[in-house]
Design a binder for this molecule. Structure first.
Ligand SMILES: [Zn+2]
Ligand SMILES: [Zn+2]
Length: 253
């Protein structure tokens, strides 16, 4: 396979030999994005303007918090929360200025339409923030490009087919994603071949995981005390990866 700047992250993901190459790619993007966020980037005006506007999700606040750059995270939180409070103050004073008197609601219905109801602007503004994340957005944009690259390789380069046949399958989310994207990206004949390859890999590797977790469970029974655990020693962690698209690791904090 000819490597270039676009294909390297995809082939690296497969080279990790994990329970899902796409989770490996995503995980690398996630770690890099957190490092980047807590590096000098938060002092750059254009980035800070964006993080002030959209903030981060619960998971990424937590991940950044465990990285111990308390000053960096505090600075981002400070300007973000300041921006939020300014908006709440603005919308609430607009509402207070224009709100109808009790009892007058029906007669003022026309002028007091939904559109200029500042009380509704507050949840609208806050819902946008609680449902968005600067880091998730950044990762997802690049991850979409990796998926395109994967299908580009699938169409152009037969060695990716061998790589897929020899991988450990995919987590259920990314196996499902491959089928959905495959239907969009590939012509019927190409898709049928793709379907046969990835489904065989997936079914065989889920069977392998089933056998590994069976042995892991059996080891709790004294009758199995002499049976070697072998690869089943981290069967639970790898089963969780297959099921929930995350690598189980110890937390830093
Ligand atoms: Zn995955
Ligand atoms: Zn996020």
């Amino acid at each position: 396979m000819k490597e270039n700047i676009y294909t390297i992250p995809v082939t690296d993901g497969f080279n990790q030999n994990s329970e899902c190459p796409f989770c490996s790619m995503y995980n690398k993007l996630d770690n890099d994005a957190i490092e980047y966020m807590l590096g000098p980037s938060y002092m750059e005006d254009d980035i800070r303007e964006e993080t002030d506007k959209i903030g981060f999700c619960k998971e990424h606040y937590h991940k950044m918090y465990t990285k111990q750059n308390r000053l960096g995270l505090s600075l981002m939180a400070q300007t973000h929360i300041h921006k939020i409070n300014s908006a709440i103050k603005k919308y609430s004073s607009e509402y207070i200025k224009n709100r109808p008197e009790p009892g007058l609601i029906s007669s003022t219905k026309g002028i007091f339409s939904k559109k200029n109801n500042s009380a509704e602007k507050i949840p609208e503004f806050l819902n946008n923030i609680t449902n968005s994340c600067y880091i998730c957005n950044k990762i997802n944009t690049t991850f979409e490009r990796y998926i395109n690259t994967f299908f580009y390789l699938w169409k152009k380069d037969n060695s990716i087919k061998e790589t897929v046949k020899n991988c450990k399958g995919f987590c259920i989310k990314h196996y499902s994603m491959l089928l959905t994207e495959g239907l969009k990206e590939l012509k019927t004949k190409e898709f049928n071949n793709f379907f046969d390859i990835i489904s065989e890999v997936e079914i065989n590797n889920i069977k392998r995981i089933e056998d590994e977790i069976d042995l892991f469970i059996n080891k709790f029974d004294y009758r199995y005390k002499d049976v070697p655990l072998g690869t089943s020693k981290d069967a639970l962690e790898r089963t969780i990866t297959k099921l929930s698209s995350q690598f189980m690791e110890e937390e830093d904090d």
